[in-house]
Design a protein around this ligand. Structure first.
Ligand SMILES: Nc1ncnc2c1ncn2[C@@H]1O[C@H](COP(=O)(O)OP(=O)(O)OP(=O)(O)O)[C@@H](O)[C@H]1O
Ligand SMILES: [Mg+2]
Length: 267
């Protein structure tokens, strides 16, 4: 396989010296950001609140344009909404007037997938995310974790070239979170798509990702990119107990710690 870094087949997403300054602000939100995401990799973005994590996903989704620099997807410059990207925003953003079935099938309907095939794929994904029996329920009748599952199924059902997730498990309780993390891990390992997700949770970054992009703030820049060398398939349960896990956690923590003000915390 070619190792040429310009080989666009190997590369899903590339930021080149991207700076973004929102109108009316005096400091860029992100400055001179460069990184690459290889195809079929799972990449986590962590960093302090306000460092520009969501801005990066918005740029990758083509919802924002850089002030200077370029964003490339599959070797092509992103200049409009990136229709090959599925974006799971922080809130599940389900359509409240549609059932679970209809929410999950939305992208297929937009793409005019025939009804029979649509029903078949919806049934498959309902099962994958463990919502069998809830197909006719409405979002308000679901727990937060179930809504998140619907959002994830809705994003993955049309086999997008890249999935962007902004704190996918943010507001969930620890147990639901662990369950969904493992579910996502299994799903991803089966499908092997490209996935970029934002998290505040260092453990989550290590469980799931091949690479962790650690950001600094004021303005947002890439501080370091850390490799996570664990083999796949991974089991979160056994990872946590391994010595390598603690070592990587400590590395990540020391990178992260320097980015947040912990002057009151005991050393
Ligand atoms: N529409 C906007 N107009 C002006 N400034 C904005 C806008 N959106 C974001 N910002 C600023 O850009 C910076 C980065 O915001 P962003 O939402 O990307 O941060 P984040 O890392 O996702 O934070 P959090 O972890 O709290 O979600 C922040 O300083 C924010 O105030
Ligand atoms: Mg954010």
């Amino acid at each position: 396989m070619s190792t040429n870094p310009r080989d666009s087949h190997a590369e899903a997403l590339r930021f080149e010296n991207v700076t973004l300054e929102f109108p009316g602000t005096h400091q860029p939100a992100i400055q001179d950001i460069s990184f690459r995401v290889a195809r079929r990799k799972l990449v986590a973005v962590i960093g302090p609140s306000g460092c520009g994590k969501s801005t990066i996903l918005n740029l990758a989704a083509g919802l924002l344009a850089p002030t200077t620099g370029e964003v490339y997807f599959n070797g092509e410059r992103v200049t409009a909404v990136n229709s090959q990207a599925a974006y799971v925003t922080q809130q599940a953003n389900l359509l409240p007037w549609l059932s679970v079935r209809a929410n999950i099938g939305l992208a297929l309907k937009f793409r005019r997938v025939p009804k029979d095939e649509r029903e078949e794929r919806i049934a498959h994904w309902v099962k994958v995310v463990g919502l069998t029996g809830f197909e006719e329920h409405y979002p308000r009748e679901l727990s937060g974790g179930m809504q998140k599952r619907v959002a994830i199924a809705r994003a993955l059902i049309y086999d997008p070239a890249i999935v962007l997730m902004d704190e996918p498990f943010g507001p969930l309780d620890a147990i639901t979170r662990l369950k969904l993390q493992q579910d996502l891990l299994n799903l991803w390992e089966e499908q092997q798509g490209t996935l970029v997700f934002v998290t505040h949770d260092l453990n989550e970054a290590i469980y799931l990702a091949d690479e962790v992009i650690v950001m600094s703030q004021g303005p947002g820049t890439v501080h370091r990119v850390l490799q996570v060398p664990f083999e796949r398939p991974r089991s979160i349960g056994s990872l946590v107990e391994s010595r390598e896990f603690s070592e990587i956690y400590n590395d990540l923590w020391s990178l992260f710690k320097s980015e947040i003000d912990l002057s009151d915390a005991s050393a």
